[in-house]
Design a protein around this ligand. Structure first.
Ligand code: C2E
Ligand code: CA
Ligand code: CA
Ligand code: CA
Length: 279
């Protein structure tokens, strides 16, 4: 019995080590990924709920790992945040998204916005506002074409600091979107003061709205609240026509989800802009 226990212990320890080792390897690879140009951005379209015109695209980060293949953000962004690597990676994302948007402006006279996700770690970084300003000037991109998506929980973490940063960004002309809305704990007072132009209803509520009366009620309340605060409401994760009909009827301004388009290469966005479709 003792021997068995020891074997088990050894087995457990070995698998722990394998896991820790794998994590270390991942951190090691992540440090080199920027230099090796292994990151790419995919863009997911947002469409006007009524006209189905393209109103924006959201940049979503992908890591093309030489051995592991495509690594989704959920598998490396938490590590990047823990190690601080999210700061240089986030700078690259913003630079690349602005470069691409400036290209669309130049070649297609694009009128949509490009949205970039910000991590709470970047949000706590002192130079964020300057970095955003410098990136826009480097690409000669007007600030009104850039939207920054900040999750509700990030925005509410340190409210005074958030207000300060968001005010400075909006003064510059950048637009703010409150992402994953409904999953954090906004006070209505702060929501009123928050200089945002968009609220994104979290996918979790959209998923079950046809079958879950409570989710449908929450969405109805969010849309009513957002509209009374003159915010554009975006629903993310729209996968079915039933969801589309429900959200459009409520007065959601924009829709985003697999029904309309998955995250795609920038060349495909140009096509989506010319030929809007409802999937
Ligand atoms: P998010 O900002 O909430 O992005 C939406 C996620 O939902 C994306 O996953 C998108 O591909 C997925 N999605 C969109 N429509 C549908 C749908 O109809 N059905 C389903 N099932 N999923 C849908 P993705 O690209 O894997 O990104 C996951 C998360 O990683 C993002 O959630 C965001 O929090 C984070 N992320 C992605 N890119 C960046 C980045 O550049 N910087 C930072 N800080 N975070 C990022
Ligand atoms: Ca987002
Ligand atoms: Ca979201
Ligand atoms: Ca979400």
């Amino acid at each position: 019995a003792k021997a068995l226990g020891r074997d088990r212990y050894c087995f457990f320890e070995a698998s722990m080590n394998a896991n820790a080792q794998e994590q270390m390897q991942l951190v090691h690879d992540l440090r080199r990924a920027l230099d090796r140009h292994e990151f790419v951005l995919m863009y997911q379209p947002k469409f006007d709920a009524v006209s189905l015109a393209l109103t924006g695209v959201e940049a979503l980060l992908r890591w093309r790992h030489p051995e592991r293949g495509l690594v989704p953000p959920d598998q490396f962004i938490p590590i990047a945040e823990k190690t601080g690597l999210i700061v240089p990676i986030g700078e690259w994302v913003l630079d690349e998204a602005c470069r691409q948007m400036a290209f669309w402006r130049e070649t297609m006279n694009a009128e949509w916005t490009v949205a970039v996700n910000l991590s709470a770690v970047q949000f706590g970084h002192a130079d964020l506002v300057e970095m955003v300003g410098a990136t826009l000037s480097r690409h000669h991109l007007d600030a009104s074409y850039l939207m920054l998506e900040v999750t509700e929980s990030t925005a509410m973490r340190d409210v005074d600091n958030s207000m300060l940063i968001l005010d400075r960004l909006t003064d510059m002309g950048v637009r703010i979107s409150i992402d994953d809305f409904g999953t954090g704990y906004s006070s209505l007072l702060y929501l009123k003061r928050l200089p945002a132009s968009e609220l994104k209803i979290d996918r979790g509520f959209v998923r079950d709205l046809a079958t879950d009366a409570e989710d449908a009620a929450i969405i109805t309340a969010i849309v009513a609240l957002g509209r009374s605060l003159h915010l554009n409401i975006v629903a993310e994760g729209v996968e079915t026509e039933v969801q589309q009909a429900f959200l459009t009827r409520l007065g959601c301004g924009s829709l985003q989800g697999y029904l309309f388009g998955r995250p795609m290469a920038p060349e495909q966005i140009a096509e989506a802009a010319l030929a809007p479709s409802s999937g």
